[in-house]
Design a protein around this ligand. Structure first.
Ligand SMILES: [Zn+2]
Length: 245
C-alpha cells in the first residue's frame, strides 16, 4: 500500500502533469499544431516533429516536459524575452536561435554559432518552417522609450500550412493591422510597456486572426479584451492562465 505521503506526492505529480500539459491543438494529422503557453511571453509551438520556443526565459525546468527546441525565436533585449542563461541551458547542438541584431549583441560567445539574425521584414526558411521578422514598437509619446522601431522583432511563423503571429512587445502598429491570413495570433497588452486592451482589440478586429491568445498581459483585463473583440469579427479569443504558479 502506498503511504499517505506517497499518495500525496502522486496526486501532486498528477496535478503538475495536468497543469504543464495544458496544450491546445490546431488542425489535425501531421499538420496538427500544438500550442503550449508557458509564462508571460514564453510559449512553445510544435508541428510535425519540429518544435519552436518563443522568448524562453526562466529556469530550464520550465521546458523539461517539452520536446527540445529545434528553433528558438527571441523578440527583444528585455529580461522577460531574452535570457542568455536560459538559452544556454536549453539550446541543443542543432538548435537555431533567431534574433534581432540588438539581441545578438547581448548574447554570450557560447551562443553565437547558433544565431541567425533577422531584421524587420526579413524571412528565413529553416527546419521546414518559414519565419518572417515583423516590426514591433511603441507609438504613444509616453511609451516611445520602451521599444524603438527596428530594434525588436515580432514573428510570423508558417508551420503546418498555417501562419502564426507572435506580436512581441508592441502597440497597435499599422504593420500589425495589415497582417493577412493569420490563423493564430499571440497579442501582448500591458501598460506602460505595450498597449491597452482597447488598442489590442481594435487591431485584432482589423487583421482578424482566426484565433487570438492575449499573452504578455500582466495587469491587464483579458475579459475586457475579449468583450471588445466581440463575436462579430469571426475571431475566437482564447483566454489562458499565463501566470499559473
Ligand atoms: Zn515584454
Amino acid at each position: 500500500m502506498p503511504s499517505p505521503f506517497l499518495g500525496c506526492a502522486l496526486a501532486f505529480c498528477l496535478l503538475a502533469v495536468r497543469v504543464s500539459a495544458a496544450d491546445d491543438h490546431i488542425g489535425s494529422g501531421k499538420d496538427e499544431i500544438t500550442i503550449h503557453p508557458i509564462n508571460h511571453a514564453t510559449l512553445s509551438l510544435s508541428c510535425n516533429g519540429v518544435t519552436v520556443y518563443a522568448d524562453p526565459v526562466g529556469e530550464a525546468k520550465r521546458f523539461a516536459d517539452l520536446p527540445a527546441a529545434d528553433l528558438i525565436l527571441v523578440t527583444d533585449i528585455h529580461g522577460d524575452h531574452m535570457s542568455a542563461p536560459t538559452l544556454e541551458a536549453i539550446a541543443k547542438d542543432k538548435t537555431h536561435i533567431i534574433v534581432p541584431a540588438a539581441v545578438a549583441e547581448k548574447l554570450t560567445e557560447a551562443l553565437k554559432s547558433k544565431l541567425i539574425i533577422l531584421k524587420n521584414g526579413e524571412t528565413k526558411e529553416i527546419n521546414g518552417l518559414k519565419i518572417t521578422a515583423v516590426p514591433m514598437y511603441n507609438l504613444s509619446a509616453d511609451r516611445l522609450k520602451f521599444h524603438d522601431k527596428g530594434r525588436g522583432n515580432g514573428y510570423v511563423v508558417e508551420m503546418g500550412g498555417k501562419r502564426i503571429y507572435l506580436s512581441g512587445d508592441t502597440e497597435d502598429i499599422p504593420e500589425m493591422r495589415a497582417l493577412k491570413n493569420i490563423e493564430v495570433a499571440f497579442v501582448c497588452m500591458n501598460l506602460p510597456y505595450t498597449m491597452t486592451e482597447d488598442q489590442a482589440a481594435s487591431a485584432v478586429r482589423e487583421f482578424r486572426p482566426k484565433i487570438v491568445y492575449p499573452y504578455h498581459y500582466r495587469g491587464s483585463d483579458t475579459e475586457k479584451f475579449k468583450k471588445l473583440v466581440g463575436t462579430d469579427a469571426g475571431v475566437e479569443v482564447r483566454l489562458r492562465d499565463w501566470y499559473a504558479k
